[in-house]
Design a binder for this molecule. Structure first.
Ligand code: FES
Ligand SMILES: [Fe+2]
Length: 396
């Protein structure tokens, strides 16, 4: 087993599930370079994103052999292809002739081959170069070593997870410690059965903030009372400043006593997910799977966030709302109440992240963390470890 990548609570922070007396100090946040500097950002793309298993795209709907999707990972384009044996392969989305991008978007129909539109070099679904038209002078193609460049891929929870730079840890070895840190067991997350759920709605947010701000914001609930009146109306305990991530290991937050469901109206529109049990009722879990996934688990749906870092001050966040397939297939399916509450919350969160990004532009930027935010230090330490040795001066 490789080094765990989970997020232990900081020692001395009892409120976050750690040992020892409650922390009371203000502690320093990250330096402004961590949010602004192009060199730091490039270093993170390579050291954090290219070397980690990143969630690339929902793969559960890629059923037929030859189905493809295109994903951006660590600033690179990756092509994920369903194979005839049901497995997935992933490749750099790059023609091995003159380097044209092979696919600009997923092909609507499953394909039998991958053909570059420029000079029609043609590859099998397994990446082998099959044809290079009008190049009869060439030796046999299989001797050329110009097949597509493989990228590691694993399928889990209905998503394709890819790692650009081959490593020694499996996806499970990276994910399981994080689930254990969050839930105390892997079974709670598994009960939501994310792999079999269907996408009922999706929104892509263009956020003018660094990717780390988005993770930091998701980790703490100190902002919940002032920023999220709708969220705290549904989950009153969030007014305490501790959320379901910062509240401690295994901790789910409870819906308010008169709140039937995590929805804008507080009314339930559908039964709970059928693989859940009574202990999951009325609970809200926030989950972070570094480096690029956030998830919200509630009794009747899951919201799955994928963060794509675009620059030091810009990120894309795609959120998919997942429901029981039968619910989505129902002609009367209407996810708007469920979507609306989280969408409102997301817009409030991302706008706060953007404010911090604007603040980081000031030479006087000097953030501090109150005890309810000390949990963020575990994330900062994780990034610093992945980035070590990092660019000087160290931003973490
Ligand atoms: S660049 Fe793809 S076939 Fe020429
Ligand atoms: Fe928030």
């Amino acid at each position: 087993m490789a080094a765990p990548v989970g997020l232990p609570p900081p020692v001395g922070d009892r409120a976050a599930g750690g040992e020892g007396p409650p922390a009371t100090q203000l502690r320093p946040g990250l330096r402004r370079e961590a949010y602004l500097d192009e060199g730091v950002f490039r270093h993170e793309l390579v050291s954090v994103f290219a070397r980690s298993w990143c969630c690339a795209a929902r793969s559960a709907h890629l059923a037929a052999p030859g189905s493809q999707l295109v994903a951006a990972v660590a600033g690179e384009s990756v092509l994920v292809v369903r194979q005839a044996d049901g497995g997935l392969r992933a490749f750099r989305n790059l023609c091995r002739h003159r380097g044209a991008r092979l696919c600009l978007e997923p092909s609507p129909q499953p394909a039998r081959v991958i053909r570059c539109p420029y000079h029609a070099w043609t590859y099998g679904l397994d990446g082998r170069l099959l044809a290079a038209p009008n190049a009869r002078e060439l030796p046999p193609l299989e001797t050329l070593d110009r097949g597509l460049l493989d990228v590691e891929v694993e399928e889990w929870a209905g998503y394709a997870w890819v790692r650009l730079e081959a490593g020694t840890t499996s996806l499970a070895e990276e994910i399981e410690p994080q689930l254990l840190d969050r839930f105390g067991d892997p079974a709670t997350f598994d009960r939501y059965g994310i792999e079999r759920l269907a996408v009922g709605h999706e929104i892509t947010y263009d956020v003018a903030a660094n990717w780390k701000s988005i993770v930091e914001n998701f980790m703490e609930c100190y902002h919940c009372a002032p920023l999220h009146p709708e969220l705290t109306a549904a989950i009153p305990e969030f007014r305490s400043g501790y959320g379901s991530v910062s509240g401690g290991v295994g901790r789910g937050a409870r819906l308010g006593p008169d709140v039937e469901a995590f929805s804008a109206s507080h009314r339930a529109s559908r039964p709970r997910l059928r693989t859940l049990n009574d202990t999951d009722d009325r609970l809200f879990y926030g989950v972070i799977l570094l480096p690029n996934v956030l998830a919200v688990l509630v009794p009747d749906h899951v919201a799955f966030f994928r963060i794509e870092p675009l620059g030091p001050g810009r990120s894309k966040v795609r959120v998919e709302w997942l429901f029981e397939p039968e619910a989505v297939a129902d002609p009367a399916f209407d996810p708007s109440e469920a979507v609306s509450l989280l969408d409102t919350t997301n817009l409030q969160d991302f706008s706060a992240c953007e404010r911090c990004q604007l603040g980081a532009a000031s030479t006087a930027f000097d953030p501090v963390l109150v005890p309810a935010e000390h949990v963020m230090e575990t994330f900062h330490g994780w990034v610093a470890t992945r980035c070590s040795p990092g660019p000087a001066p160290g931003p973490y």
